[in-house]
Design a protein around this ligand. Structure first.
Ligand code: GLA
Length: 382
């Protein structure tokens, strides 16, 4: 689906489903190097992640090396001795895509050269390197909606004029409510919560930030819940992410709810050393199909009482995905009447974590472990 054309530019890139990929920030912070990224790219292909849909490799903050004499932004020559185009070529040859990072201030969040005042020049530079996606942050910039709109629009327009399809991802403070104006500035996704951390509390916090925003998500414009910490186990390389880690059940919940919310799926763990459990979580094809479903609906939270959360996501073939989350500290027996969550009638029930049928009927009843999410696909019975 095309989202329309910006003045004087080409149509915006098609983003019919939430983008999927891997981002440098949680694992490497600003300590990034082209050799390491080439290895990650190869691991994306060899591990099956690329085939599962994770095709973007996003370079976050810290790649910048200032500007040259003509004010062209350049990568840090020590981190990227072969230049950015060579890395983009490496990715494209493997069917992958390159994402990069900048900021609407003079300096990025981590204090590196950013794009304010150089939007058109930088967009052209990114296009010349073969960049496919820009995460555009908003540190060191005025914190009001008017200024944010103007600065993001300047980059949105510049990307459209750059001569290349570059997906535009808004990353700004939540009080600026980018979901309300993201599409208008030419963005295809916008952050709806804080930085993700490798902690259960943070996962719940991010879910609560995003849960009420379902009306803003849809083909061409996605609510971004930030990176998945699945598989990090507290071992993020930077103080920004270093955490206590989560249990396998908690990582499964993160994957479940991100998929239900039609949020971009951005892995961030060490792809070269993924455990089988991590692979099964990140590459759960039945859940990814829910995330990528062409109807593009974000789940609605139909129940939010005490420990019980129930989310419902309509799917393009008439099925519904239903997620049942136990936020409590102890296992609980729950009964969910489908009519009570807007789904009258009888359904065939398929468990998307066990990958097997889970009975049929007008309700589901069972035990949900502490912090666990069950995800079912419901197909209406005649
Ligand atoms: C902000 C963003 C993060 C990351 C860092 C980089 O904190 O929210 O996702 O991009 O900046 O400095």
């Amino acid at each position: 689906m095309l989202c329309g054309a910006a003045a004087g530019g080409r149509a915006e890139p098609e983003v019919p489903a939430p983008p999927m990929g891997w981002m440098t920030w949680n694992l490497f912070g600003v300590d990034i190097h082209e050799e390491g990224l080439r290895r990650v790219a190869d691991a994306m292909v060899e591990s099956g992640m690329a085939e599962a849909g994770y095709t973007y490799l996003y370079i976050d903050d810290g790649w910048q090396g200032g500007r040259d004499k003509r004010n062209n932004i350049i990568p840090d020559p020590e981190k990227f001795p072969s230049g950015m185009k060579a890395l983009a070529d490496h990715l494209h040859q493997r069917g992958l895509k390159l994402g990069i990072y900048s900021d609407g201030g003079q300096l990025s969040c981590a204090g590196y050269t950013a794009s304010y005042g150089f939007e058109e020049q930088d967009a052209k530079t990114f296009a010349s390197w073969g960049v496919d996606y820009l995460k555009y942050d908003y540190c060191n910039a005025p914190q009001n909606k008017e200024a944010a709109n103007a600065r993001f629009k300047a980059m949105g327009d510049a990307l459209r004029k750059s001569g290349r399809d570059i997906v535009f991802a808004v990353c700004c403070q939540v009080h600026l409510e980018p979901w309300k104006w993201g599409r208008a500035v030419g963005a295809q996704l916008w952050r709806t919560g804080p930085d993700s951390r490798d902690k259960w509390k943070n996962i719940v916090y991010v879910i609560n930030c995003n849960a009420g925003l379902h009306e803003y998500a849809g083909p061409g414009g996605w609510n971004d819940m930030c990176m998945l910490s699945v598989g990090m186990h507290g071992e993020g390389a930077t103080p920004w992410i270093k955490g206590t880690g989560c249990t396998g059940i908690e990582y499964r919940t993160q994957m479940s709810i991100w998929c239900m919310m039609a949020a971009p799926l951005t892995a961030s763990c060490d792809l070269l050393n993924m455990s089988e459990t991590t692979k099964r979580i990140l590459m759960n094809k039945e859940l990814i199909a829910v995330n990528q479903d062409q109807l593009g609906k974000q789940a609605v939270r139909e129940v939010n009482t005490g420990a019980l959360n129930v989310f419902v996501k309509p799917l393009s073939n008439g099925d519904h995905a239903v997620a049942i989350l136990n936020l409590g500290k102890t296992p609980k027996d729950f009964k969910v009447d489908f009519a009570g969550i807007g789904l009258p009638g009888r359904y065939k029930i398929r468990d998307l974590w066990k990958h097997e049928a889970a009975g049929s009927g007008a309700s589901w009843q069972g035990n949900v472990r502490s912090h666990e999410t069950k995800v079912f696909r419901l197909s209406k019975m005649p």
